[in-house]
Design a protein around this ligand. Structure first.
Ligand code: GLN
Length: 205
């Protein structure tokens, strides 16, 4: 049966994630469609979702207003695999505060029990790339692109740490939920998108 993967299309890196997911699907040879999704109706039909990087306050506020936040939470709680990238990982968290302005009242999905610092590595102009590894999911070397990235300072007992950069946690996993502080859609390497599509495939089949 064909899989249905969506990229949340409220704000942020939507197109780049669609392209990376399509390349991953081609390389895996899996029958799966990928599309931009926004409404509760579209989200309710998904087998997997990517929440892209962008601006978490905007993504949270607009999905609260259009009513999709509730459906998103229900689907993820019912086991739907989700890849939250940067702002997407912030959306998945239950405890986010900004390095400079501290805690603000932003809508979060409260799925991952993680303590997270927004803009942890500085401003846009302090963006950087570095090789990291995600050994436990068999990705030995990955070129990670950090743009106004968050870092995770603490995780609950049910959250697995997938990767660290300079002692800061930059990728986490809990069941079918993955969060990365960096942007896998901005590199040629689609191994993280492939890992995610495989998760969706095992969830559905
Ligand atoms: N700093 C952004 C936020 O707090 C995330 C940046 C990104 O997704 N590249 O939402």
């Amino acid at each position: 049966m064909s899989l249905n993967v969506g990229v949340l299309s409220i704000q942020g890196d939507v197109h780049e994630n669609i392209m990376s997911a399509k390349t991953a699907i081609d390389e895996l040879g899996i029958d799966c469609k990928v599309s931009a999704v926004r409404t509760s109706e579209e989200i309710s039909q998904l087998d997997g979702l990517i929440i892209p990087g962008g601006e978490s306050t905007t993504i949270g506020q607009l999905s609260l207003v259009n009513g999709s936040l509730k459906v998103l939470k229900e689907k993820i709680e019912n086991g739907m695999p989700v890849l939250g990238i940067c702002a997407g990982m912030i959306m998945l968290s239950n405890n986010a505060s900004d390095r400079v302005v501290g805690k603000i009242d932003q809508p979060l999905l409260n799925i991952l029990d993680i303590k997270l610092e927004r803009n942890s590595f500085g401003r846009q102009k302090e963006s950087f790339e570095s090789d990291i590894s995600l050994d436990s999911i068999n990705i030995k070397k990955f070129n990670a692109v950090f743009i106004r990235a968050p870092s995770v300072s603490d995780v609950g007992s049910d959250v697995e740490i997938l990767s660290k950069f300079n002692d800061r946690i930059v990728a986490v996993k809990k069941g079918n939920v993955i969060g990365t502080a960096f942007h896998p859609e901005l590199t040629e390497d689609v191994s993280l998108h492939k890992y995610f599509i495989n998760l969706v495939n095992s969830f559905k089949n």
